[in-house]
Design a protein around this ligand. Structure first.
Ligand SMILES: [Zn+2]
Length: 340
């Protein structure tokens, strides 16, 4: 699966620009905290930064071919310590633990006390840092207060609020932002995602590469999406509505996904209309809906969004997804048919 390259992160802004040159010069700080939503490439960046800092090749790092890069890639580099929930480094910690226990941090400290190869830097990556127990965090804090020489510790977390403020204040904070649509499209194109799908994905993934790649590889999602488009936008016959709602009778578990797909389409309508967008986004709708998008009352588009929100509430109290879906189908079909 394709992930960003180290240099791609320059698009994440000034902090990254500085950090990237520090990584090349191996003049990084002793501790960092990488934070931001899921799927923005925090781990990928931490891994690439660690690899680059250990790389012994000449020129741009990581070179990918020196012995150090090869060892780092296979997680066998003696100077690269990776701590992650469920993958303990301490010998007597059970594998499936939901937290990172203090034993892992103690083991990390022990490993850090050993001389590195050739006086290299030592890199410690702590993924899911919020999963550290309070005891583990307190133990780490002591290390951050008196950091071992030549060591760079990188904490990675989506949930900074779960990290002790005393730890946060000792780290340089690097915030990951949503990626631009163009960049997501580039990644998806390299992955071989069809352009039409890629366009939709780029708009629903909120700048998350992780989510974009998940969606691109998720055939069930695309099948469900086709089903929703067919029922809500392509069908013009009231007599067919029961057939569609009947298909979803026992699929309450998929309700939220169906709502999301529907919501995406209505938001697209609004966006095309309000931004005066003239891209391929409108082509996913049949001709009568295209007329609605260009000429329809915007309040009616907002009413469709409200109806989806209502349906979401109803489903919490009712087990009958069929009835909820039917009401929505009647509303959408009626709205679209006015533009036939
Ligand atoms: Zn290398």
């Amino acid at each position: 699966m394709l992930t960003p390259r180290l240099e791609d992160y320059i698009q994440q802004g000034k902090d990254f620009q500085i950090l990237l040159s520090q990584i090349q010069d191996k003049t990084v700080s002793q501790s960092y905290l990488f934070t931001g939503n899921r799927g923005l490439g925090k781990r990928t960046f931490a891994r690439l930064a660690g690899k680059a800092l250990l790389c012994t090749g000449d020129g741009k790092r990581p070179c990918g071919t020196c012995p150090s890069c090869v060892m780092a890639e296979s997680r066998n580099h003696p100077d690269l310590i990776i701590i992650e929930q469920g993958k303990p480094i301490a010998a007597d910690v059970k594998k499936d633990r939901a937290t990172i226990p203090v034993d892992d941090i103690r083991e990390m400290i022990r490993l850090c006390s050993v001389q590195t190869t050739d006086g290299n830097l030592r890199i410690v990556l702590i993924y899911d840092a919020d999963k550290m127990t309070v005891q583990a965090q307190n133990c780490l804090l002591k290390t951050l207060e008196e950091p071992p020489e030549q060591t760079c510790i990188i904490l990675v977390t989506e949930h900074m609020e779960a990290i002790l403020s005393t730890i946060i204040s000792r780290c340089r904070i690097i915030r990951f932002k949503p990626w631009k649509e163009e960049f997501i499209l580039q990644i998806l194109a390299k992955e071989g995602t069809p352009a039409e799908q890629a366009h939709d994905i780029a708009r629903v993934c909120n700048g998350s590469i992780g989510k974009a790649l998940d969606l691109a590889g998720n055939n069930e999602y695309w099948e469900l999406r086709d089903e929703v488009v067919k029922a809500f936008f392509r069908n013009t016959k009231y007599s067919e509505i029961l057939k569609y709602s009947n298909q979803w009778k026992d699929r309450k578990g998929e309700a939220e996904q169906i709502f999301q797909i529907l919501e995406f389409h209505v938001r697209e309508m609004l966006d095309i209309r309000l931004q005066g967008r003239n891209d391929q986004g409108i082509e996913q709708f049949p001709a009568h809906w295209q007329r609605f998008i260009r000429e329809g009352d915007i309040r009616k588009m907002l009413a469709l969004l409200d109806a989806i929100a209502d349906a979401r509430k109803q489903i919490k109290f009712s087990t009958n997804f069929q009835a909820v879906a039917e009401k929505l189908l009647f509303l959408f079909t009626g709205e679209g048919n006015a533009w036939l």
